[in-house]
Design a protein around this ligand. Structure first.
Ligand SMILES: NCc1[nH]cc(CCC(=O)O)c1CC(=O)O
Ligand SMILES: [Mg+2]
Length: 329
């Protein structure tokens, strides 16, 4: 009881605060998302993600070497596909000479020990911006998972360390794991976007890849029939436990900040590493508010990353990875 207990004693100065601090951000915490485009010498800033760029393959080499030298150990690759290669079947997604497949080789060549993760989903390849094949007013689940497993296999063949299915079709982890095992890719891991919500915070990402879903064939221009309802909590545990049973090595909660209750629920419920994706809209909010002078950029960035880790994240996919590591080193 007060005055025997005075909580402020442990906050007296930075020395004692650092000794009692629970959560420390380090370069090992991060997965760095990278946006890749065709072309040469391309480094274009994404309008709704100030300070974040799309790179052509020749410049990606230099970028991943820089990341590695900063202590960052993992990248998550996304490709921007030109409109003429998009269709309803995701044909280009399994092209062994596609941009993603070449990107994996480029990164592994440049920095062999960098953990390369690849996005597995049809939306960048879909004429409709959907993560699945569409027909008769529906997103076809099982036809889609058949393509996704082929896509994952082609990434594994290119040298990906982990494939990261971000689509939320049912059963895709099982389909992918089974095909990877059948084809001898026992060591290729799966990081599953297992609890991914139908969030409005993905807007800037869809600008980055020109992949926003459109209304077509009686299907609305949103992803609510496959991504989760932000109102639901227990469903996130069900989704996550199923993906672990189906063979996921790492599970993920996405987005981050608004879903930290889910992160903690899942952290308590599973015994595999939990990743959190601090998504494009979360990045954009901090950039916009700090450009206006309304928030302290670095302080808010570190506070949010710390909160995500404190909630239970073993790793964080974040567009702030480089800036955060620069700040703490
Ligand atoms: N399957 C696509 C995918 N993979 C990662 C993100 C969002 C990432 C971000 O906003 O930073 C999305 C967008 C979506 O589901 O529409
Ligand atoms: Mg699922």
């Amino acid at each position: 009881m007060y005055p025997l207990r005075r909580n402020r004693r442990l906050r007296t100065n930075e020395s004692i605060r650092s000794m009692v601090r629970d959560t420390i951000i380090s370069p090992n915490d991060f997965i760095v998302p990278l946006f890749i485009v065709e072309g040469k010498n391309v480094k274009e800033e994404i309008a709704s993600m100030p300070g974040y760029y799309r790179y052509s393959l020749d410049l990606i080499e230099k970028e991943v070497k820089e990341l590695w030298n900063m202590g960052l150990k993992s990248v998550l690759l996304f490709v921007k596909v030109s409109d003429d290669l998009k269709d309803n079947a995701g044909t280009e997604a399994i092209n062994p000479e596609g941009l993603m497949q070449r990107a994996v080789k480029t990164v592994k060549n440049a920095v062999p020990h960098m953990i390369v993760m690849t996005d597995v989903a049809l939306d960048p390849y879909s004429a409709y911006g959907h993560d699945g094949i569409i027909a008769d007013g529906k997103i076809l689940n099982d036809d889609t998972t058949a393509v996704l497993s082929g896509m994952a296999l082609s990434h594994a063949k290119a040298g990906a360390d982990f494939v990261a299915p971000s689509d939320m079709m049912d059963g895709r982890i099982f389909e992918i794991r089974s095909l990877l095992e059948d084809e001898g890719f026992h060591d290729t891991g799966i990081m599953s976007y297992s609890a991914k919500y139908a969030s409005a915070f993905y807007g800037p990402f869809r600008d980055a890849l020109d992949s926003a879903p459109v209304e077509a064939q009686n299907i609305p221009g949103d992803k609510k029939t496959y991504q989760m309802d932000p109102a639901n909590r227990d469903e996130a545990i069900r989704e996550t436990l199923m993906d672990i049973e189906e063979g996921a090595d790492i599970v993920m909660v996405k987005p981050g900040l608004c879903y930290l209750d889910i992160v903690r629920d899942i952290k308590n419920a599973v015994n595999v590493p939990v990743a959190v994706y601090q998504v494009s809209g979360e990045y954009a909010m901090i950039k916009a508010a700090s450009e206006k002078g309304w928030l302290d950029h670095d302080a808010v960035m570190m506070e949010q990353l710390t909160a995500i880790k404190r909630a239970g994240a073993n790793m964080i996919a974040s567009y702030f990875a480089k800036e955060a590591v620069k700040l703490i080193s």
